[in-house]
Design a protein around this ligand. Structure first.
Ligand SMILES: [Mg+2]
Length: 161
């Protein structure tokens, strides 16, 4: 049960965006994982939604635009950095008034977030090459591990009840 507002921060590559299809198509086919639109709709009724992604700002924004989900995010809550590890501290501080859910396919990044602020609820979306090749990290377990983002939406819903 949370009294504060919640904020779900999503990574882009291999989390919302099917980066493998994009690469396989020679960077022509902009595609989301199939549950993403429903998930964003569901979560936006429960929490604010934002982006916390790595990469070139324009290139990443293009992925949101071409898949028609850019309007789902409050512009001020779209954070894209060349190196997000360098900016995690700042972003988590900025949203300290929120219950933060952080959704990412990179386990080591979730660990870093958790080390900075243990109250952040970290959700590992286990898909894509990083997740598939990820070895266990001793002493660290994400708060939730999901194979489909619908499970993440369900977690946010339960935590907000
Ligand atoms: Mg990713």
């Amino acid at each position: 049960m949370y009294s504060k507002k919640s904020l779900a921060l999503f990574d882009i590559d291999y989390t919302l965006f099917d980066t493998q299809s994009f690469k396989d198509s020679g960077f022509l086919k902009y595609k989301l994982y199939k549950e993403v639109k429903d998930v964003l709709e569901k979560i936006s009724g429960l929490a604010e939604v934002g982006i916390f992604s790595e990469g070139d700002d324009n290139f990443q924004r293009e992925k949101l635009k071409k898949t028609l989900i850019d309007a789902q995010f409050d512009k001020e809550k779209v954070h894209i950095f060349l190196n997000k590890e360098d900016n995690i501290d700042w972003v988590l501080k900025k949203y300290r008034a929120f219950n933060i859910f952080l959704v990412d396919d990179k386990l080591n990044f979730l660990q870093l977030a958790k080390n900075i602020n243990e109250r952040v609820f970290v959700i590992w979306i286990k898909r894509g090459p990083y997740a598939e090749n990820q070895k266990e990290i001793s002493g660290f377990k994400p708060d939730a591990t999901v194979n489909n983002l619908m499970e993440a939406a369900e977690i946010v819903r339960k935590k907000n009840n």
